[in-house]
Design a protein around this ligand. Structure first.
Ligand SMILES: [Zn+2]
Ligand SMILES: [Zn+2]
Length: 277
């Protein structure tokens, strides 16, 4: 099996504090390369540190998850410390310039847990805070000329409009894509790559959108520790499981898994210029 590239995972998270080395080694032994994605300052810095520790195997992206644009969406799998309301300050600029940092994010919009406040015209303060933070990430990515790692949940229309208006030129990855073929088309037309995760393995719900995205624009990911693929559903995920995502895409596109592995790895190096495998 040729190497596989997990385009989006979080091996720096607290979920692996007890066995991080073992989990990373298991992925490396199976030929898996990884992008460790930051979600806060602390987890961005930790992602960069992992990239330094495993050169040529792990790379980092740095940013603030839209869920951390305002207080209250902290997941204990991320870090043992509380994540406060975060700002994209100078510390992020320092991390963003590093060679180990190949992209900016995860950033974007997440309306999944929003409770609209009556009288807010349907646009809550949280949505405005997320939008402002997203725009700051786009500015940072343009400044360092590195691609955007986009998180969009229940917010494809707004993310698309913001990206269109920004006419961003340094590469876009739509991580954990769960939209329709039509929504995928919007982002493909912007030049984006579409990344698929574990849920595609346990339902046929995404078969149509998987089919609609050309193989030269597909990436594979685990988003570990979240969203385990079928055989491990409900348990902690890890980067070595990315092969199950590759197998499902191979099945849908009628190609050998080896070809999907090769092409998705090639796609990674096309969008993340800082990565060489
Ligand atoms: Zn995400
Ligand atoms: Zn993630």
């Amino acid at each position: 099996m040729p190497s596989l590239f997990d385009s989006h995972c979080h091996p720096q998270f607290a979920a692996y504090d007890a066995d991080r080395e073992i989990v990373i080694r298991r992925a490396i032994d199976q030929g898996v390369f990884m992008i460790a994605v930051g979600t806060s300052y602390e987890t961005s810095r930790a992602a960069v540190n992992l990239a330094k520790k495993y050169p040529g195997r792990i790379w980092a992206t740095v940013g603030i998850h839209p869920g951390h644009a305002s207080k209250g969406q902290h997941d204990p799998l991320e870090t043992k410390k509380e994540i406060a309301e975060e700002k994209l300050d100078d510390r992020f600029y320092e991390l963003a310039k590093l060679q180990e940092t190949v992209g900016i994010g995860e950033t974007g919009l997440d309306y999944h847990y929003l409770n609209p406040v009556p009288g807010d015209n349907g646009i809550s303060r949280i949505q405005l805070a997320q939008k402002e933070l997203f725009l700051e990430h786009i500015k940072l990515a343009a400044e360092v000329k590195k691609p955007l790692m986009i998180h969009a949940r229940d917010a494809y229309r707004d993310v698309f409009e913001i990206l269109s208006d920004a006419s961003f030129r340094h590469g876009i990855v739509m991580h954990f894509f769960q939209g329709t073929p039509e929504q995928a088309r919007w982002f493909l037309d912007l030049g984006a790559y579409i990344s698929f995760a574990g849920p595609i393995t346990f339902t046929e719900q995404y078969d149509e959108v998987l089919q609609s995205v050309p193989v030269d624009r597909i990436l594979i990911e685990t988003d570990a520790p979240y969203a385990s693929p079928a055989p491990f559903r409900g348990r902690r995920n890890e980067p070595s499981y990315v092969r199950f995502v590759a197998e499902k895409i191979a099945k849908i596109h009628g190609k050998p898994t080896e070809d999907i592995a090769k092409m998705t790895t090639q796609n990674i190096t096309n969008v993340f210029h800082g990565i060489m495998t």
